[in-house]
Design a protein around this ligand. Structure first.
Ligand SMILES: Cc1cc2nc3c(=O)[nH]c(=O)nc-3n(C[C@H](O)[C@H](O)[C@H](O)COP(=O)(O)O)c2cc1C
Length: 379
């Protein structure tokens, strides 16, 4: 991470957050040797299956970094086991007024109120149909109206290995106002029956007992509706007066202790039957191991990529490879676990994917991937 920390990160940090993001997207569009830049080793022991999608390692890119799905190929070549594009809505969205990202540099965290800006499903489907399908890729989708979610799903599913349904964005008015249980029940009734590829549901985080019950209820609705996996979690709603809308979703290091706790709780509530993607504050191999140890099948990274740069995947994957069999590394940033949780690290991560393998997607997983070209207010 030396060059990134010494040169690129200070440059990115000197720019307003969205200008830094645009610069990063521009750099990703350059024809550079991305595999070499990522430098992620291949370790057969880290191969795993996520609801039938074969991954070279359990480290994914979380939704929101590549909203237009233009750079999924390059991001995959950095070494991610899978990448998620979007969140995509049926119609193009410009999102909330700027400023809509606030950084907390010393806390390794940031808050965004982007409001799901994206070019809309038609443009994204066109992009995906033309881009190389060089590794596992998922599309994140959301919308206010269930009919629009269905339309987006139908257009994107043929171009990806799986779909992540984002029912947890704190930055859109519908995410705050609607009956979330009713909305998810309806969506799962329709999507659960007609999906041809694995369907994941991304849940909100919880802190209080009341929130916990609400999130676990959503997890059970997803499970009963036929979801193939769950992602825990999206950002945590917080206020910040620097944002034009005064509030947004917190990402980064501060989420990590909750992430481990939430994975454990959701795993227990769903009887260990569904694979779980742990998301929130994963920066290091120790963090990833704590999540896998808590019952996650994969981890997803977003803020860690901004903090650590393109070699963050290599560092996490290398750390996982080198972890001694039978115990986890002490989670560096996991207060409340005394840093020394007795490990249950499963070498040969396929073991952690057992739940996913018991519930394969109706298409029999991504192995059966068709040829490419086949078929308001707040984030
Ligand atoms: C600027 C920004 C935009 C995001 N956009 C989305 C999005 O469109 N869809 C989504 O499901 N999550 C989105 N997220 C949330 C991330 O996918 C992830 O759940 C969250 O940041 C926690 O992971 P992290 O701590 O590794 O960043 C966004 C996060 C950030 C920082």
């Amino acid at each position: 991470m030396g060059l990134y920390r010494a040169v690129a990160r200070p440059l990115f940090s000197s720019l307003p957050p969205e200008a830094a993001h645009r610069l990063a997207q521009f750099i990703l569009s350059l024809p550079l040797p991305w595999e070499l830049i990522g430098g992620t080793p291949k370790d057969p022991a880290l191969r795993t299956s996520l609801a039938g999608i074969e991954l070279s390692n359990p480290v994914g890119l979380a939704a929101g970094f590549d909203k237009s799905c233009r750079h999924l190929d390059v991001l995959g070549r950095l070494g991610f086991g899978y990448v998620i594009g979007g969140t995509v809505t049926r119609d193009p969205r410009s999102g909330n007024p700027k400023p809509r990202i606030a950084r907390y540099p010393r806390r390794g965290s940031l808050t965004n109120a982007m409001g799901l800006p994206n070019p809309g499903v038609e443009a994204v489907a066109r992009t995906l149909s033309r881009s190389p399908w060089s590794g596992p890729r998922l599309a994140s989708i959301a919308d206010q109206d269930p009919g629009e979610v269905m339309a987006t799903h139908a257009q994107l599913e043929p171009h990806v290995d799986g779909v992540e349904l984002n029912v947890s964005c704190p930055n859109v008015s519908w995410g705050r106002d609607r009956d979330n249980e009713g909305h998810l029940t309806l969506l799962m009734r329709q999507l659960g029956a007609r999906r041809a590829r694995p369907l994941f549901v991304k849940l909100p985080p919880f802190r209080s007992d009341v929130e916990r019950e609400a999130v676990l209820a959503l997890a059970r609705i997803a499970q009963d509706g036929g979801a193939d996996g769950l992602t825990c979690s999206n950002t945590r709603p917080v206020s910040d007066r620097r944002l034009s809308v005064g509030a947004g979703g917190l990402s980064g290091r501060e989420l990590f202790p909750d992430t481990v706790r939430i994975v454990e709780a959701v795993r227990t509530a769903t009887g260990g039957e569904l694979p779980i993607n742990a998301c929130g504050g994963v920066f290091s191999a120790a963090d990833a191991l704590a999540c896998l140890d808590a019952g996650a099948t994969t981890v997803q990274v977003y803020t860690g990529l901004i903090e650590g740069g393109p070699r963050v995947v290599r560092h996490i994957v290398r750390g996982l490879s080198e972890a001694p069999s039978g115990r986890s590394l002490a989670p560096a940033s996991s207060p409340g676990q005394d840093g020394t949780r007795p490990g249950r690290l499963r070498r040969g991560f396929g073991a952690t994917a057992g739940a996913g393998e018991r519930r394969p997607g109706p298409a029999g997983g991504a192995g059966g991937r068709p040829a490419p070209g086949g078929p308001e207010a707040l984030r």
